[in-house]
Each structure stands twice: as C-alpha cells, then as structure tokens.
Design a protein around this ligand. Structure first.
Ligand code: AMP
Ligand code: TRP
Length: 342
C-alpha cells in the first residue's frame, strides 16, 4: 500500500489518570502542538476508557479528564484547530475495538510488556480490559485512518501492534482500507527519566512526588525539584560521549535540550564542563520559564468547567463525523448486514 493514498492525519491519546508531568509534556503534549502548528489535521483524545482498565474513582476520573483537557489547551492545543475530545463520547472507538479484538491474536497480546508491567505478579486478577487495551488503542487510531501517531518511547510496542492489526485486517479481507500508521517518536525527550533515579521512567504512578515535575507545580516547586534532582558528583563532561554511563546527567541534559528546542550537541557546547551547581540553576530557570505558565493557565481553565465540557462535546461531534463513516465501511467490508444504514 502506498502511504500517499491516505491524507496525513495525526492522532494521539493520553490517559486521564492524574499527575500530568514533564515526561508527558516533552514526550507527547509539546509534540502534539508542533503537529497542529504544521497545519496537519490533528485529533487528541483523553482516553478515559483506557484509564478504567485499572480502578478509577468516578469523581477522580471526571476531574482528571477535565484537568487533562486543560493541560492540552495550556500546552498550546487550540480547540478550533485540533479536535480535542474524550474517548467515551465517541462510541465508534469501542465498536471498532471489538472488531480488532477479533483480528488481534492472543500471542500478540501476550507479548505486550506494558501489560506484564501493569498486571504485575497477579496477572490472573488483572482486568480483561487491561489485556485487550492495545486493541482499543488500535481502534482509536485506525477509526480515523490516522497516518501519524506522536508518542513517547514506551508506546512503541503498542504502535507496532496497531500496524500488525491494520496489516492483518487488510490482508484477511483483501482490501487496502486501513493505513499503516507511523509512530512519531522523535527529539531529545522521548523517554524522560525520574529525577530521583536515572534508570526508571518519570511516571505518574511513582510514589515520590520529587521524582517528577507535575504540570500543576508552581515555580518554586519546579525549581526545588531540579535543585534536589539526583546527580553524580562529577561536573558535566565536555562532550556528548562522556554522558555514557551517567544516566542522571544524561536525563538533565536531555530535558534541557527538549525544553530549549536545542540538540543535545548544542546543549553540550553551551554547558559542557560546568558543575551541577551551575547547570542546575540554568535548567531550573528554563523549566520555570516553560512549565510555570502552563500550570497557571491550567488553573485558570479549571475555573470554568462548563467551558471545558463544551469544548469536549464539540470535539466529540467533530470526531464522530470522521469515525462513523469509517466504522460503517469496516462493517460493510466484513459483511455486517445493514451496515449502510448504521
Ligand atoms: P500516559 O500518561 O501513560 O497515558 O502517557 C501519555 C503520553 O506521554 C504517551 O505518549 C507516553 O509515551 C508519554 N510519556 C509518558 N511518560 C513519559 C516519559 N517519562 N517520557 C516521555 N514520554 C512519556
Ligand atoms: N496507550 C497510551 C498511553 O498509555 C494512550 C493511548 C491510548 C494512545 N490510545 C492511543 C496513544 C492512541 C496514541 C494513540 O500512553
């Protein structure tokens, strides 16, 4: 299939499970805004149905969904130019997910490392939804015929599965109906690490709040977390190669590069050889400059929840207008009677 047969369209999603952090911003949100600003059609989804694959308190889920919407907008997404919506408002996602449950193979799903990580030792007690999660993710993407999916490094395997599902569907039904979407995993911060441990990913579920910069942190908190970030005692090396084997130093340099829109080489040219007592204040100033306005804007947006709900309802209506005909055509291809009238 030629990629050119499909109009470029970007889709991505984030789970509304609280604690949006710097990793989400640099790995995802900032990239979402860049795609939007290139003038490509962009859809960004708060994946509430993915969130409930593990227990969510109802009031917390509603709050986290609206806060995530505020985070999207505060990070530069414009509800007029991007379609912003929460997944549960567009039923086509779950309808398509069932189809893909029947395309995906047990063996494919069993290989997913995120399931193994999240299910932990007690996999028998994990929800069936947690196991089927990647088929719903494939549905999110393919129900829009999306061609490009900006995500952090941790989603690479799920995107490969999405591609496998699209390829198998097209092959089994002898069609060229679904595009084979491209992951967009680029830049210096596709995997932002914990500020307390350079070998583990910055994550919303880390019990230590000092491990991450939350998009809701104020300027003082951001600066404090960077000041206290774990490092080794040596100054920064003078060249990129010297970062090898120094994961905490590497992480702070990567964060600097991503926040400043610089390459790692450029950061090293500027800061190479400096002790952390000099580099950390530089990074703290930059992080405060870039992140504190987002937290202020999120707080402002959260003052008017009805406006957020209006934006999500409007986005959902626009999303449905794209998704409904693609689901109907999928049903037709599969031989579902009455699909034309769906
Ligand atoms: P999640 O919060 O797990 O739904 O992730 C939302 C998006 O943020 C996905 O595109 C992830 O790949 C990305 N992401 C999450 N954590 C990180 C991280 N530590 N570094 C870079 N990207 C991340
Ligand atoms: N699985 C993604 C995560 O945990 C979230 C997600 C759901 C997603 N559907 C998607 C990402 C579709 C990209 C495209 O981060």
């Amino acid at each position: 299939m030629t990629e050119a047969a499909f109009t470029p369209r970007v889709f991505s999603g984030i789970q509304p499970s609280g604690n949006l952090h710097l990793g989400n911003y640099l790995g995802a949100l900032k990239r979402f805004a860049e795609a939007q600003n290139k003038g490509i059609q962009t859809l960004y989804c708060m994946v509430d149905l993915h969130a409930i694959t593990v227990w969510q308190d109802p009031a917390d889920l509603a709050r986290a969904t609206r806060e995530l919407a505020a985070g999207f907008i505060a990070s530069g997404l414009d509800p007029a130019r991007s379609i912003l919506f929460n997944q549960s408002q567009v039923a086509e996602h779950t309808q398509m997910a069932w189809v893909f449950n029947c395309v995906a193979r047990m063996g494919w799903m069993q290989r997913m490392t995120q399931f193994k990580d999240k299910a932990g030792k007690n996999a028998q007690n994990a929800s069936l939804g947690l196991f089927a999660y990647p088929a719903l993710m494939a549905a999110d993407i393919l129900t829009y015929h999306a061609t490009h999916v900006p995500v952090g490094e941790d989603q690479k395997q799920h995107l490969e599965l999405t591609r496998d599902i699209a390829i198998k569907f097209n092959h089994d039904y002898g069609v060229e109906f679904f595009p084979i979407p491209e992951p967009v995993i680029e830049g210096a911060a596709t995997r932002v690490m914990s500020l307390r441990d350079g070998s583990s990913k910055m994550s919303k579920s880390d019990p230590s709040d000092m491990s991450r910069i939350n998009l809701t942190d104020d300027a003082d908190t951001i600066a404090k977390k960077i000041r206290k970030a774990k490092t080794d005692p040596e100054p920064l090396p003078s060249e990129v190669a010297g970062l090898e084997g120094r994961p905490e130093a590497r992480n702070l340099v990567n964060i600097y590069a991503a926040l400043a829109d610089m390459t790692v080489d450029q950061v090293m040219a500027e800061a190479g050889g400096k002790p952390f007592s000099e580099f950390k204040p530089m990074l703290a100033d930059l992080a405060v400059d870039r992140i504190a306005p987002i937290s202020t804007e999120m707080a402002r947006l959260m003052q008017d929840l009805s406006e957020i709900d209006r934006i999500l309802a409007d986005g959902a209506a626009r999303a449905r207008a794209i998704a409904a005909p693609i689901l109907r055509q999928t049903y037709e291809i599969m031989g579902m009677v009455g699909a034309r009238e769906v």
